[in-house]
Every structure is written in structure tokens, then in C-alpha cells.
Ligand binder design. Structure first.
Ligand code: SF4
Length: 441
């Protein structure tokens, strides 16, 4: 048996990072590595980082600190840092942890073979953080985590400069992948029997504007909808300012596009939205929701919202609660504002004390929980189509979990292995986050 060096990858943050790690692992397997879950057995450690919240960054620095011991015990272990924190911190990482061997930015993920060879054959302390001119994964090997649902990055970067966000500085300006490259990736996924594709981008609604032959996101969706063999199409994230009526029509028309839209509101106060540089106000947001619901039946809408943005008064927070009550999101990802030193909002005065931020967060979570529970309760007794995609985290024998088109998690039991299949489940019980049902044979 030939010896294969071991690779340990830890991924933080969003789905883009998860997908980047799939490309990282794919390329390193091609270079002869095999993966391990045990960091102590690894020859190459890669941390794919995130810097959206200060707390995550502290956690990563703390792990880098612990890896020092591993490198002291075995100086041959190579440590690389990539992802958004690598791009933001660059040489600072070498200063804080001189034993880190190399750093590369998210835009260099498809260049890993060259990076690893440079590091291995002498040039340690290597940094590769320049933005490439073209975004492509053509011919880059990928090792996907799921065999049922595949992440596909259709664009990367962002031009929006929301005042609290560092993504435009870490992932660079918007860059779209070519239409034909995406279409051929999806056709290959069909050959590999994938059922669902999940299109990713920081702002998918502005897909294609930068291409030499410009295309719209709606046009891309229609093309993908026509590919035989793919059952479901999902996408995230949409920016409300770019969410067009054309896209609503496309979702309505294309039956493979799931009835689920994730549309971050961020705040229910127009005053705060302005300081966030979100480029829409609450009325504008409400009107999009109305258009979506008037045109697409049975649509689930989820959101992101932040509390404790600098200058957020009690009235601003009450406006957020009011917007949540009025809109009734299916689900919401709620966060406490986190100061990021490169983002404009870090310069704003009137910072909100942590205790108050936490109180507001819990009020919002409690409200959303009530709303989600109410919406899910109405689904009891209904028969829903579910794509079975995993065994639940706390696995009980014969239990499976899947998602409906509107992205509700459904748990049920079956003696047959139904992973990857579309099945009908009658909902018998619900909570705010999960539906429980019986398989309709
Ligand atoms: S749209 Fe705003 S929050 Fe989203 S990635 Fe761009 S700058 Fe960040």
C-alpha cells in the first residue's frame, strides 16, 4: 500500500467557504493526499477561515495557537490559512504566528496545486492574496460533501459595501463565472446523479453583469431549469435592491426552482438601513415581499437580521420587531452586530452595549420562534414532497431527514434507505424548526 500524506481541513463561515473547501480537498486528493478528521495525524493542516464576526476570528487565532504545539512535536507538519480572514489579515498572521507556513486568499482557491508545490519545494512563508482577473473552476477537481445536493458558486465578491461588512475587501469585486462553464458543471452533476443544485453568490441577483457576453440571473436560471435530470434548484443570497420582477416571473415559470427565497432585511428601521448603506428602505422591502407573495403560491421567505447596529435606538429595534410581525418570515438568521475594523460602521459612534444587544437578540429570536411555529403548525396534516438528504444529527434507527421545496426540514422513519429520493410525507407534528411526519408509501 502506498503512503498517502494526510490532510486536515477545518472550514468556518458561509456556504461559499464550504464549497471552496470542497475544491481544496479535491485538488489535494489529486496531489496524493487523503483526508483525516484527526488533526494530530495530519501532515498538512488547512484552516479555511471567516472574518464576518470578531468572535469567529478570535476562535481561529486560538486554534492557530494550539497548532503551534503540533508543529513543535512534528516540524514537518505544514500549516496553511486561507479564506476571508487570511485575505484581511495577510502578513499579520505571520506576525502573530510565525510558524504558519502559507496564506492564500479565496480567489486563489483554484490555484492550490501551484501554491502547495511552491510551499513544499522550499519557499516557505508563502503568501498569495492577489485577486485573479477571471473567476473559473474549469477542470479544478472537487470533492463534494453531499452526493445529493451540490453547491455551485456562480459568482464571487461584492460591489455593495454595506457599512458593516468586510466581504467586498476580502472577496474583491463581483466576478461571475461564465454561463457555459456553469451549465456544463450542472450537466456533469446530472451524470453523477445529483438531484439538487444550490447556486451561490454574495449577490446572485447581479450575476452576469460583468461577463464579456452579459447575461442575467433569470436567464441563467431558465437555462439550468431546462437541464434534464436536475430536480431542484435553489439559490442564495439575494440583495433586495436587485431583486427584480423579472426574477419573480422566472421563479413562477420554472418548476424546478424551489419555492424559497432568502432575502436579508437586516433591519426594520429605514434610518438604520440608510446608515448600513443597504440602498433600500423598509417600504421598498415590504413591496418586494408583497410582489413575491402575490405572484408565487406557497412561497417560503427567510431572512437575515442584525440587532445592535451603532445608533440603533429602542424605536429602531421596535421597528424591526414590527417588520417581523408584519412580514411573518418562515425563518430568520439573527445576529448581534459585530465591529469589524475594516468596515466603515466600526467608525460610527453610539455603540450599543453588549448586554442590550443580547436582550434585543433574544426578543427577536423569541418572536421569530413564535411566527415559525405558527406557520409550521398550519402544515400539520398536509402531504409534502421531501428530498431525503441525510440522517438526522441525533440519529435514531431508521430515521431520515429531508427538505421540502420551501426548505422546511422534515424528519420521518423508513426501513428502506431513501437517501437521495423524492418521497411524500404526511406531516403529523411540528415545531418552530422541524416538521415530523409519516412516509406515504
Ligand atoms: S451585499 Fe452587503 S452584506 Fe452582502 S456581501 Fe455585499 S457588502 Fe456584505
Amino acid at each position: 500500500m502506498t503512503y498517502k500524506p494526510k490532510l486536515f481541513v477545518k472550514t468556518y463561515g458561509c456556504q461559499m467557504n464550504v464549497n471552496d473547501s470542497e475544491y481544496i480537498v479535491g485538488q489535494l486528493i489529486k496531489l496524493g493526499y487523503s483526508t483525516t478528521e484527526d488533526i494530530f495525524k495530519s501532515n498538512l493542516i488547512l484552516l479555511n477561515t471567516c472574518c464576518v464576526r470578531a468572535k469567529v476570528e478570535q476562535k481561529i487565532y486560538s486554534l492557530i495557537g494550539k497548532i503551534k504545539k503540533i508543529k513543535e512535536n512534528n516540524p514537518n507538519v505544514i500549516l496553511g490559512i486561507c479564506g476571508c480572514m487570511a485575505q484581511k489579515e495577510k502578513e499579520n498572521i505571520f506576525e502573530r504566528a510565525p510558524y504558519v507556513d502559507f496564506i492564500f486568499s479565496p480567489s486563489q482557491v483554484n490555484n492550490l496545486e501551484k501554491i502547495i508545490n511552491t510551499v513544499k519545494y522550499g519557499n516557505l512563508k508563502y503568501i498569495s492574496c492577489e485577486n485573479t482577473s477571471e473567476f473559473s473552476f474549469n477542470h479544478i477537481p472537487v470533492k463534494r460533501e453531499s452526493k445529493i445536493s451540490a453547491w455551485i458558486q456562480i459568482m464571487r465578491g461584492c460591489n455593495n459595501y454595506c457599512s458593516y461588512c468586510v466581504v467586498p475587501y476580502t472577496r474583491g469585486p463581483e466576478q461571475s463565472r461564465g454561463v457555459s462553464e456553469i451549465v456544463s458543471e450542472v450537466k456533469n452533476l446530472v451524470k453523477d446523479k445529483y438531484k439538487e443544485i444550490f447556486l451561490l453568490g454574495q449577490n446572485v441577483n447581479s450575476y452576469g453583469k460583468d461577463l464579456s457576453q452579459p447575461a442575467t440571473f433569470s436567464e441563467l436560471l431558465e437555462l439550468l431549469n431546462n437541464i434534464k435530470g436536475i430536480e431542484r434548484i435553489r439559490f442564495t443570497t439575494s440583495h433586495p435592491k436587485d431583486f427584480s420582477f423579472d426574477l419573480i416571473k422566472t421563479i413562477k415559470k420554472c418548476h424546478k426552482i424551489c419555492n424559497h427565497i432568502h432575502l436579508p432585511i437586516q433591519s426594520g428601521s429605514s434610518k438604520i438601513l440608510k446608515v448600513m448603506n443597504r440602498k433600500y428602505d423598509v417600504n421598498y422591502y415590504m413591496n418586494i415581499i408583497k410582489e413575491i407573495r402575490n405572484n408565487i403560491d406557497n412561497i417560503a421567505i427567510t431572512t437575515d437580521a442584525m440587532v445592535g447596529f451603532p445608533g440603533e435606538t429602542e424605536k429602531d429595534f421596535m421597528d424591526t420587531l414590527r417588520a417581523f410581525k408584519e412580514i411573518e418570515f418562515d425563518e430568520a438568521y439573527t445576529f448581534i452586530y459585530s465591529n469589524r475594523e475594516n468596515a466603515i460602521a466600526s467608525l460610527l459612534p453610539e455603540k450599543i452595549p453588549l448586554k442590550l444587544k443580547k436582550e434585543r437578540l433574544w426578543k427577536l429570536i423569541d418572536l421569530q420562534k413564535e411566527i415559525s411555529a405558527k406557520i409550521n403548525k398550519k402544515l400539520e396534516g398536509e402531504i409534502l414532497e421531501v428530498l431525503v438528504d441525510k440522517k438526522p444529527k441525533r440519529y435514531i434507527e431508521n430515521q431520515f431527514s429531508g427538505r421540502t421545496g420551501p426548505n422546511k426540514t422534515v424528519v420521518f422513519t423508513s426501513k428502506k434507505n431513501l437517501l437521495g429520493q423524492l418521497v411524500k410525507v404526511k406531516i403529523i407534528k411540528s415545531t418552530a424548526w422541524t416538521l415530523y411526519g409519516e412516509l406515504i408509501e
